[in-house]
Design a protein around this ligand. Structure first.
Ligand code: ADP
Length: 163
């Protein structure tokens, strides 16, 4: 059984992420989306909220499981018997960081390899932070996140702004 992990913050999941998810799910038997509880970032969505948004937007893809994780990605991969890490590459600016991450992970656990999928050109500019920024100014994010979670993203940002 070929198992891959697609890790990230997904704060929130965007159409760019969803594109990588759809394409990589076709390549493996099981795709585990690993939602990182990253202590060095201050996310707007809690981990359970991000997991739920991902569940909503992937509910029609059968071979997907969404899980939160903490700690080293390679340890999580080993626990789940995954041999592949999926990452998306948008631009050359992603490359240096992603290369370092992939090489470090391979050093830590040579059994797990990283596979890069290049972004869908329609979403090359897209990031969760851009979505958060536009939504925080009341801008239209309907071209950036899946329709089914649009309202949840607006509601969350509104609740933060009204605090
Ligand atoms: P992280 O904090 O780990 O970078 P993100 O949620 O920002 O988490 O991204 C997770 C993965 O998805 C990364 O590999 C990132 O490069 C990729 N990614 C993010 N946005 C896009 C996009 N628009 N197109 C392709 N890949 C993307």
């Amino acid at each position: 059984m070929r198992i891959a992990i697609y890790p990230g913050s997904f704060d929130p999941v965007t159409l760019g992420h969803l594109d990588i998810i759809q394409r990589s799910a076709k390549m493996v038997d099981l795709l585990i989306i690993g939602v990182l509880n990253n202590k060095s970032k201050s996310p707007i969505f809690t981990v359970p909220e991000r997991v739920n948004l991902l569940k909503e937007v992937t509910k029609d893809i059968p071979n997907i499981s969404i899980e939160a994780y903490e700690g080293l990605l390679v340890d999580f991969a080993q626990e789940r018997k995954a041999s592949i890490i999926i990452r998306g590459l948008r631009a050359i600016t992603d490359f240096e960081y992603e290369l370092q991450l992939a090489q470090t992970n391979r050093k830590l656990n040579p059994v797990v390899d990283t596979v890069f999928l290049t972004t869908n050109v329609n979403y090359a500019y897209l990031s969760s932070s851009i979505v958060r920024e536009i939504a925080s100014y009341g801008g239209d994010i309907s071209q950036f996140v899946p329709n089914t979670i649009l309202q949840s993203v607006y509601d969350k940002i509104k609740s933060i702004r009204s605090v």
